[in-house]
Design a protein around this ligand. Structure first.
Ligand code: BF8
Length: 631
């Protein structure tokens, strides 16, 4: 028994950095619940061909694979080499991610359109100022028109842009610095439309279409740009128009945010369309009364993954955790309902829930989960559905078994809500003060740390270690997605975290009362980072590729992260990955992405699992760019 406990403690230490996570991981082991860590273990050894990217399963001439050691076979049945197989796989992966972000964006646009037409229930246009600013980028007339008229024209223009006949994305014209755009024009990678690049990617990976790995990778960059400057940016901006542009707010993070005596509802997924309405319905007197009748002290909402980030940024809703917390939240035994939309939801979640009293409620027709209660969500009846969903959660409260409940008791305070607009306004309306700080060297540069958790890395270790190391070196950190949540759990999203920053950055943060790690939102909100970079570049009269910036995804897992990393690199931002992408089976592809691309976009990918070494790489790149700018 003693041995067994020691083994559990060791296992828990290996899995996570955060104490509250560790508490519940231990419970998961004691309760005999299978989690992603166990499934990763059972998958060992993972397929070597797959890890290197040299396995091709796209047609039934195969499946084929290439001998990575140079022996036979060196070609698939169709004749594809390792370069081609790797590049095709990468384009496929990236297009999947770009499609995920952009399809989410399209759904937000549809709700904006319905709202402008008065056909949605419970939604309204909240941020008129942002609506007008975005409409201006689209060349839409503002004077003398109602917000609904403007919003309708904007939503239609954006929806049209998904497959536009005009061969262009407006945000690219309106927002990308001229020099960066010229760089893309030279490479023929200016994105033409969101759907077109993704569909063309699917076309090119068909056998017998694109067989040149360089050509494929260039199209991959173009597809990624259609996500970053297209689908994702539309998702961010129209969510702001509907629900408000984020402003600074405080909240709390980690599994301790679950309540002992209220109905706990987790909102998991990505799209704010549903979850915003749940927030509204959670204040409905009818629902609150029902909760009281069932013996609960109210409704406690907690976010998870990027839906969590969306709600935190605009409403200050607490966040229970990241990708790897989804199963742990259920293991607390205190969750009445987990409401899901799409993306990053483990297909096993309903199985986990079946071991406790938790009900999983799916809401999107494109993301059904066997074992979940499906309650389709439509803008026309949004509020009614939100109430119905909450009723199920409340009715489930009496089924909670107090003997199986364990909720950690150390919530971590965070400050979040740093939209580009807020940062700019705090600086007095322009980036001049920030530029001065960078020129003076008080702040050396900035790095966007983004992306997921991955059980291949001790949960949060990569994000937190890298962020701490960068701020120590006077490099400002901006974050989105699960990375921001990881750093929030570690206390880095508080103004007090400036104490561990380098002297220059510390002074700046203390003066402004901000944390040294700024939470800028969900993963589609990486577009906020792009906008910020582009505004700084424009003020300086340079391209984004000239700025002392970096990107990192220390614990990424998702296809979406491949798209984000690629639009960062294509936009000129050097990006370090903590997990190798499945491209190592082609020396040529690796060389292009980590080296030769520098001559094209003044940036590149690097792979570095050790966050301390990743910090070295990012710092030296920032110094290189500073020198080139003469600062
Ligand atoms: O879209 S960071 S695990 S939740 S993919 Fe998923 Fe990764 Fe989290 Fe946000 Ni983004």
């Amino acid at each position: 028994m003693h041995h067994e406990l020691k083994f559990i403690k060791e296992e828990v230490e290996k899995r996570a950095l955060n104490e509250t996570d560790k508490e519940i991981i231990e419970k998961s082991i004691l309760d005999g619940i299978e989690t992603a860590w166990d499934r990763l273990y059972k998958q060992q050894p993972q397929c070597g061909f797959g890890l290197l990217g040299v396995c091709c399963n796209r047609c039934v001439l195969g499946p084929c694979r290439i001998d990575p050691f140079g022996g036979e076979p060196q070609r698939g049945v169709c004749g594809a080499t390792s370069d081609l197989i790797v590049a095709r796989n990468l384009l496929d992966t990236l297009a999947t991610g770009a499609a995920a972000h952009s399809d989410h964006g399209r759904e937000v646009l549809e709700v904006l359109l319905h709202t402008a037409e008065g056909k949605s229930q419970g939604y309204q246009i909240t941020d008129e100022e942002k609506l007008k600013a975005v409409a201006e980028d689209y060349g839409i007339k503002i004077e003398g028109r109602t917000k609904e008229e403007i919003a309708k024209e904007l939503a239609v223009a954006m929806l049209e842009e998904f497959g536009t006949l005009t061969h262009g994305i407006k945000f690219v014209d309106a927002r990308v610095p001229e020099k960066t755009k010229q760089m893309w024009q030279k490479l023929s990678i200016v994105p033409r439309s969101v759907d077109r690049e993704i569909v063309e990617a699917m076309h090119r990976v068909q056998m017998g279409v694109d067989s040149d790995y360089v050509n494929i990778l260039l199209h991959a960059l173009r597809t990624a740009l259609s996500d970053g400057w297209g689908g994702s940016m539309m998702a961010t901006d129209c969510s702001d128009i509907l629900f408000g542009t984020p402003t600074p707010k405080t909240s709390i993070f980690n599994l301790s945010v679950l309540s002992k005596d209220k109905v706990n509802v987790i909102l998991h997924g990505h799209n704010p369309i549903l979850s915003e309405m749940i927030v509204k319905a959670s204040e409905d007197p009818e629902i609150l009364k029902l909760a009281e009748q069932k013996g609960a002290k109210g409704i406690n909402l907690a976010g998870m993954c990027c839906t969590g980030n969306e709600l935190l940024m605009r409403k200050g809703v607490p966040i229970a955790g990241t990708l790897l917390d989804q199963e742990l939240a259920i293991v607390t035994g205190a969750v009445e309902a987990m409401i899901i939309d799409y993306q990053c939801i483990f297909p096993s979640i309903t199985f986990t829930a079946s071991c406790y009293h938790t009900k999983v409620i799916s809401t999107s027709s494109k993301a059904k989960f066997p074992g979940a209660i499906h309650m389709e969500f439509n803008p026309g009846s949004a509020y009614d559905t939100a109430k119905q969903i909450l009723r199920i959660a409340v009715e489930n409260f009496p089924n909670r078994n107090p003997d199986r409940v364990k909720i950690p008791e150390k919530p971590m305070k965070v400050m979040a809500g740093f939209s580009e607009e807020v940062i700019r306004k705090a600086l007095g309306g322009s980036y001049k003060p920030l530029i001065d700080l960078i020129v003076s060297g008080k702040i050396k540069g900035a790095v966007g740390i983004v992306g997921c958790n991955n059980p291949k890395i001790k949960m949060d270790y990569g994000h937190v270690t890298l962020a701490k190391e960068l701020i120590k070196r006077d490099i400002l950190v901006v974050e989105t997605g699960c990375s921001a949540v990881a750093c929030g759990k570690a206390g880095l999203l508080q103004p007090e975290a400036a104490d561990i920053a380098g002297e220059g950055l510390r002074q700046v943060c203390k003066t402004l009362g901000i944390p040294p790690v700024l939470h800028m939102g969900s993963c589609v909100d990486c577009s906020r980072i792009l906008v910020m970079a582009s505004k700084i570049a424009k003020e300086l009269g340079v391209g984004i590729e000239d700025l002392p910036l970096g990107g990192a995804a220390p614990e990424w897992y998702s296809q979406k992260a491949v798209s984000i990393g690629s639009y960062f690199v294509a936009s000129g931002v050097y990006t370090v990955l903590g997990i190798p992408p499945t491209v190592m089976g082609s020396k040529n592809v690796v060389e292009l992405l980590t080296d030769k691309i520098k001559g094209l976009t003044n940036s590149a990918f690097a792979v570095e699992p050790d966050p301390l070494k990743a910090a070295d790489l990012l710092e030296s790149e920032i110094i290189r760019k500073r020198k080139a700018l003469g600062i």
